[in-house]
Design a protein around this ligand. Structure first.
Ligand code: AVJ
Ligand code: FE
Length: 436
C-alpha cells in the first residue's frame, strides 16, 4: 500500500468502494420494495436493514471517525447496531424505508468521498486511514454476500442472473496432495487490509498431511447420502447426530428427492443437482459426517492455510495460492460473477504451489478449528469485530465463495459461523494424516 503512493491509494480505495456499491445496488434493486422490507428467513435481516446498516457503519467509521465530520443521522445509530437487535427482531424496528435508505447511503458515500480526497495520507495516518477505507469496503462486501444468501432463501420468481461457472480446464486431478511436515508462517502482520483476527504473522509447525485437491462435489456427496450417510449414527459426532435428528436434516439445504434423483432450488430456479459442482449449503456437522464416512477428517485451520499459502521453493507464505497478485477472473470463482460453485479443474491458474485447487472462491470451507485469536492478538478497531466471537461455539471457514468479493478474501482471511449454519455458501474438503 505504501508503495502505491497516496494518489494511487485514494484511487484504489475509491474504486473498491464503488465496486461494492454497484453490487449492493444490484442486490437491492433486483426485488421490489415489498420484498426489500420483508424478512425472508428468521436467520436474515430484511435487505433494507443490510443496506442502511452498510451506510451507518460507513458514517461511523469514515465520516465521523476518520473525517471528523458532524454526524448525519445520529438518531439511527442504535437501529443499525447489530449488537442491539437480533436479526429476528429487526423487521419490527422503525427502519428507514427503501427510498430513505437509498438516499441515506448516497449521502454518506458523498461525505466519505470528501473525506477520502482530503484526509492526509502519510505515515501513520496512511496506515490508519487506508485500513479504515479497506475495512469499510470489506464490510459492505460482506453484507453483499449476506444479502446474496438472503436472495437464495427468498421464495418467488428468479431475480438474479449470471452466466454459468466454467467447467474443468484440466484433465482429472489427483484425489489428494501431500503437504510435507514443517514450519510455515500463518497469518500476517503486513497485509494492509487484513482484519485483526488475521494478525499477527506467526510460525506454526504442522505434521505431514494429505488434503483433497478440491472441495467435495455434489456427485461424491450423493454417494454418501445414498449409502445411508444421514441414517447411520456412526458417521456423526454426538452433537452432530442430535442436530441432525432434532431438525430432521436429511440432505443439504435447498435439496429434495424426486423419482429421477436429487433436485435443488438455487436463486428461485429448480434444477437437478449438478453432480460435477462442489456441494454447498452444508453444515459443519454434515461435513464432519461425510469426512468420517470417507475415512478422512476435516482439515484444521492451519493445515488449510499451509496448503493454500506455503511455497516449498522459497519457504515463504504467499498472499494467495497463486502468488501475491490480486485475484483475476482466471484465478478464482469470486465476486458473484457466477451464481454457483465451479467444477474441479476450472481454475488451474489459481492452484497453490503444492497443487491444491479451488482454495479461494467457489465455497467457504469448514475447518475443524474453533475461532480464536492468534498469539499476540490485539482487537482492532473494536472488540465486537471478532474478539467477542472467540470460543468453541464458532468454527472457522476459509477461502471465500462465489458470493465473496476479491476485496474481502485472501489466504489469511478467517470467517466463522455456528456449526449448524447452512444458509451460507459453505462446502468443505477433507484431509487425513500422512502415515510415513
Ligand atoms: C465475518 C461474516 C462472520 O457477517 O457476521 C459484518 C462480518 N461483521 N458486519 C458477519 C461482519 C460485521 C461477519 N462475518
Ligand atoms: Fe455489519
Amino acid at each position: 500500500l505504501r508503495a502505491l503512493g497516496t494518489e494511487r491509494l485514494r484511487e484504489h480505495a475509491a474504486r473498491a468502494l464503488t465496486r461494492a456499491r454497484s453490487r449492493s445496488t444490484v442486490l437491492t434493486e433486483a426485488v421490489d420494495d415489498a420484498e426489500l422490507v420483508r424478512q425472508h428467513s428468521k436467520l436474515m435481516s430484511p435487505l433494507v436493514w443490510d443496506l442502511a446498516h452498510i451506510g451507518s457503519q460507513e458514517e461511523l467509521w469514515l465520516v465521523r471517525d476518520v473525517g471528523g465530520l458532524d454526524p448525519l443521522r445520529p438518531d439511527i445509530d442504535d437501529l443499525y447496531d447489530a449488537f442491539q437487535h437480533k436479526r429476528a427482531d429487526r423487521p419490527s424496528l422503525p427502519l428507514l424505508g427503501p427510498a430513505e435508505a437509498r438516499a441515506y447511503v448516497g449521502q454518506v458515500r458523498a461525505k466519505a468521498f470528501d473525506v477520502l480526497e482530503k484526509v492526509p495520507m502519510e505515515g501513520r495516518r496512511l496506515t490508519e486511514a487506508g485500513f479504515a477505507f479497506g475495512m469499510i469496503t470489506q464490510h459492505e462486501q460482506q453484507h453483499d454476500e449476506t444479502m446474496l444468501a438472503t436472495h437464495q432463501l427468498r421464495e418467488g420468481e428468479p431475480a438474479l442472473h449470471a452466466p454459468p461457472a466454467p467447467g474443468s480446464r484440466t484433465g482429472p486431478l489427483p484425489e489428494e496432495v501431500l503437504v510435507p511436515a514443517g514450519r510455515f508462517t500463518m497469518g500476517t502482520s503486513v497485509e494492509p487490509w487484513a482484519l485483526d483476527n488475521e494478525r499477527p504473522a506467526h510460525e506454526v509447525d504442522v505434521d505431514a498431511f494429505l488434503i483433497d485437491t478440491t472441495p467435495v462435489t455434489n456427485g461424491a456427496y450423493v454417494d454418501f447420502l445414498e449409502s445411508g450417510g444421514y441414517t447411520e449414527r456412526r458417521w456423526w459426532s454426538e452433537e452432530g447426530w442430535r442436530y441432525r435428528t432434532e431438525n430432521d436434516i436429511t440432505a443439504p439445504r435447498f435439496w429434495w428427492r424426486e423419482t429421477d434423483g436429487w433436485w435443488r432450488r438455487r436463486f428461485g430456479v429448480a434444477e437437478p443437482v449438478p453432480p460435477g459442482q462442489f456441494v454447498v449449503h452444508v453444515s459443519f456437522y454434515e461435513a464432519e459426517a461425510y469426512a468420517a464416512w470417507a475415512g478422512k477428517r476435516l482439515p484444521t485451520e492451519r493445515e488449510w492455510e499451509k496448503a493454500a499459502r506455503f511455497d516449498p521453493a522459497t519457504g515463504q507464505s504467499r498472499r494467495y495460492p497463486w502468488g501475491n497478485e490480486e485475484p483475476t477472473p482466471e484465478h478464482a470463482n469470486l465476486g458473484q460473477r457466477h451464481l454457483t460453485p465451479a467444477e474441479p479443474g476450472a481454475y488451474p491458474a489459481g492452484a497453490s504451489p503444492l497443487g491444491v485447487h479451488h482454495l479461494i472462491g467457489d465455497v467457504w470451507e469448514w475447518t475443524s478449528t474453533d475461532f480464536a485469536g492468534y498469539p499476540g492478538f490485539a482487537a482492532f478497531p473494536y472488540r465486537e469485530y471478532s474478539e467477542v466471537f472467540f470460543g468453541p461455539e464458532y468454527k472457522v471457514l476459509r477461502g471465500g465463495s462465489f458470493g465473496t468479493d476479491e476485496a474481502a478474501i485472501r489466504g489469511t482471511f478467517r470467517n466463522w459461523d455456528y456449526p449448524i449454519r447452512r444458509q451460507i455458501f459453505s462446502g468443505f474438503r477433507c484431509a487425513r494424516d500422512a502415515h510415513v
